[in-house]
Design a binder for this molecule. Structure first.
Ligand code: URA
Length: 236
């Protein structure tokens, strides 16, 4: 349990600078657990606290854990150069709280992207030691063959990698459709593995991370949701 002044609470949740948060409170735009408060010095226990700001409710969260159903043509990098960044798909306060993608998807890859402002979580989740399976649906230019599947399972050599990289599982899902499960997260890994195996990836979608599937979240392309503890447990 922690007690914080109302201006600090708003700032911690990403509603702006301390000065701006104080102004919001003094202007009567803020309620706590349903009751309006205009003194920014008042302290509150943050547990189970719900803020109402401009008539919208926000439960207090020490950290946020989100899943985004990433559309194509959005970049995961901090300083996007050719397309808008994925943060533009989230409410503005998540940028203020320094929410970041957990790992990256290419600008043209769609599907599940985890995002958080919890540094140790981001670090642990991205660690190569963790072996969290990531499930991709790849559309190939040339038809999928048993040889292609065998090569991806046996491992292919990528030019800047010391050892061959192999898919954990690789299943033909259609004439041009492959489901590939990887435990590493190397740069352009699926695309480069398919190219090394003599095919070409024309579209890529991440459908799950660990036991957490995008389908189970029920979010449309471009939408996001909070992840609760039971969903986070599925990422292990
Ligand atoms: N592999 C790729 O090639 N691209 C991605 O976005 C993710 C995995």
């Amino acid at each position: 349990m922690s007690k914080l002044s109302l201006d600090r609470i708003l700032q911690s949740q990403g509603f702006g600078t301390r000065k701006y948060c104080r102004a919001l409170i003094e202007d009567g735009e803020v309620a706590v657990n349903g009751a309006p408060h205009s003194n920014y010095k008042t302290t509150f226990d943050t547990e189970d606290l719900v803020l109402t700001i401009f008539d919208e409710e926000w439960a207090y969260r020490e950290h946020v854990y989100l899943a985004l159903n990433k559309p194509a043509n959005f970049e995961c990098s901090r300083k996007p150069s050719h397309h808008p960044g994925v943060l533009t798909l989230l409410p503005e306060q998540f940028t203020w709280r320094e929410v970041q993608p957990v790992g990256r998807l290419d600008h043209d890859t769609t599907g599940m992207l985890l995002m958080s402002d919890d540094g140790p979580f981001i670090h642990a989740q991205s660690s190569p030691k963790r072996h969290v399976p990531k499930i991709y649906q790849a559309t190939t230019q040339d038809p999928v063959t048993p040889e292609l599947v065998a090569q991806l399972l046996a491992g292919v050599k990528l030019h800047d990698e010391p050892a061959p990289l192999a898919a954990v599982t690789c299943i033909e899902r259609g004439e041009h459709q492959l489901e590939i499960v990887l435990e590493q997260g190397k740069y352009h890994q699926v695309k480069r593995m398919l190219a090394a195996a003599g095919n070409h990836c024309v579209a890529l979608h991440r459908s799950a991370i660990g036991g957490l599937t995008l389908a189970s979240l029920g979010i449309a392309e471009g939408e996001w949701c909070y992840l609760d503890q039971s969903q986070l447990d599925l990422l292990r």
